[in-house]
Design a protein around this ligand. Structure first.
Ligand code: ADP
Ligand code: GLC
Length: 488
């Protein structure tokens, strides 16, 4: 079995902004469960330093020009016991705020240093003399997103045999682009700054560096792996990805069934399961009460959304049709944060129909669970969606997703049709065109089907019975690791 260093810039429950945090928490555990020795490398943010209580390894690494040597500490994740190396560099990571932004939502001005340091630390840990000192000879470094994109670039310039490298793209829209003047401050030689290297239209691109130098590229669904090779979805990187298509695969994410299980979810009023859906109604009632939604028409459906408010998620397709759906008797429970203009629009709509629309702006883990359990229909009309986890949480919770046919949404939701409602296949509603009208028609269709309790319950059961566990994905990753480590 290969020894794997899994490098990530966020991890649930300590520091999370989106699905990457969930993946970093769950995939390594699923890999460990099938016998792979995986260890994490994480930045020493305050929440991580506190929870992991890392002990010094007495290993200090020279990272970037002008940055004092940083310490590698070792510890374990509090809930899963996963072994973690923490990069302790107070100047870069010990500050209040988010992993990428300060408390006001502005990007940290030194993000290029913060994530180059993380990448450099990973590359150095992979060196035989160092990993041997830690008693963990690393066979493969698994990088995730742009924050770790420079790992394979740094590896290029180290002497001796290096571990294999794999980069997973969770979102190609975020690339880590910086001016050419950062090249020397990140300790990269100028000869790396070219088309055959880290350069991207005159800028330094962390993600492009990873995609160019890594031994293999992976993304989080088979459909997204195809889509990113097209100009529409590739954010400028489609050419490179097309060129590297023989080293590019898509492996669907799973969901953490310890955290997301309606039968043992601590955040819920009433547990329930596919064999007894009664608890779902109680959770719906409780959600209405918590959010101040009218209880006059208990049999009407509630639509839910839990999302980062960014253009990716297609919330602008939803905003114009909310009032139409409310006129039809629907209610809304929306939880999200991000784009200020969208936050403002949502606040205004909620003020127009305070008893039918609830908008919670902010990040609330507990409410996210209560929405998944308490609503009937989950909206996810994403413009692009590398994988998407919330539609899988929905199906697992007997909540019917309405998704746009893209990326992981296309790979995980099967559209209802007269022929597949009886055969156990249909799990939700899938539409193609990026259009509010089409979304409205789909939502009305869902409301119509919702009135047929028997058919609706059939749909719920199909989704709840689907196996979204991480086990399959972990097995796919292991196959890939084996190919990269032993087939070379
Ligand atoms: P993405 O990673 O693009 O944001 P995913 O569907 O893969 O989308 O993952 C989103 C994760 O973040 C899910 O675990 C979801 O529950 C969570 N999430 C998103 N927004 C919020 C929020 N405002 N409050 C609580 N959890 C949220
Ligand atoms: C990204 C994507 C999302 C994916 C998640 C985890 O944030 O936007 O689709 O599920 O990463 O891979």
């Amino acid at each position: 079995m290969p020894n794997v260093l899994f490098v990530a810039s966020e991890i649930y429950p300590l520091v999370k902004t989106g699905g990457l945090g969930d993946v970093a928490a769950a995939l390594p555990v699923a890999l460990r469960d099938i016998g792979v020795d995986v260890r994490l490398l994480l930045p020493g943010y305050p929440a991580i330093m506190e929870a992991v209580s890392p002990a010094s390894t007495h290993l200090s690494l020279p990272l970037l020009p002008g940055i004092d040597a940083a310490q590698i500490c070792s510890g374990t994740m509090p809930d899963t016991g996963m072994p973690v190396y923490v990069l302790d560099c107070p100047r870069l990571y010990r500050r209040d705020g988010g992993p990428y932004q300060d408390a006001h939502g502005s990007e940290w001005l030194d993000n290029e240093l913060r994530f180059a340091a993380l990448s450099k630390a990973a590359a150095l840990l992979g060196r035989f003399e160092i990993s041997n000192e830690l008693n963990f000879p690393i066979d493969l470094i698994h990088c995730n997103d742009w924050q770790t994109g420079l790992v394979p670039a740094y590896q290029q310039y180290l002497h001796g045999k290096q571990p294999a490298s794999l980069i997973s793209i969770h979102n190609i829209a975020y690339q880590g682009l910086y001016g050419a003047n950062t090249v020397p401050s990140l300790g990269l030689p100028w000869d790396s700054f070219g088309v055959q290297g880290v350069e991207f239209y005159g800028l330094l691109s962390f993600l492009k560096a990873g995609l160019f130098y890594a031994d293999w590229i992976n993304t989080v669904s088979p459909t997204y792996a195809q889509e990113i090779q097209t100009p529409e979805y590739g954010y400028g990187l489609h050419g490179l990805l097309g060129h590297r298509k023989d080293a590019l695969t898509g492996i669907l994410n799973g969901i953490d069934e310890q955290q997301w299980n309606p039968l043992q979810d601590q955040h819920l009023k009433a547990p329930y399961s596919v064999d007894n859906l009664a608890g779902k109604e109680l959770n719906k009632q409780a959600l209405r009460q918590r959010l101040g939604l009218s209880e006059e028409n208990p049999s009407k459906p509630i639509f839910g959304m839990i999302t980062r408010l960014t253009a990716q998620k297609g919330i602008d397709l939803v905003v114009p049709i909310i009032s139409d759906l409310v006129q039809e008797g629907a209610q809304f429970a929306i939880l999200g944060n991000g784009d200020k203009h969208t936050e403002h629009q949502l606040r205004e709509i909620a003020a127009t129909f305070p008893q039918q629309i609830s908008v919670t702006l902010g990040y609330d883990e507990s409410l996210a669970h209560q929405i998944e359990a308490g609503v009937d229909i989950f909206l996810m009309p994403s413009r692009f969606e590398p994988c998407g986890l919330t539609q899988m949480y929905s199906m697992h919770y007997g909540t019917i997703p309405i998704v746009r046919k893209t990326g992981g949404l296309a790979d995980t939701v099967t559209n209802v049709s007269p022929s597949n409602i009886d055969n156990g296949m249909a799990t939700g509603f899938v539409f193609e065109l990026e259009s509010s009208d089409v979304l409205l028609q789909t939502a009305l269709q869902a409301m119509l089907l919702y009135r047929n309790r028997e058919m609706w319950q059939q749909l719920q059961r199909h989704g709840m019975l689907k196996d979204f566990s991480w086990k399959h994905s972990a097995e796919e990753y292991l196959k890939l690791y084996n190919k990269l480590v032993y087939d070379f």
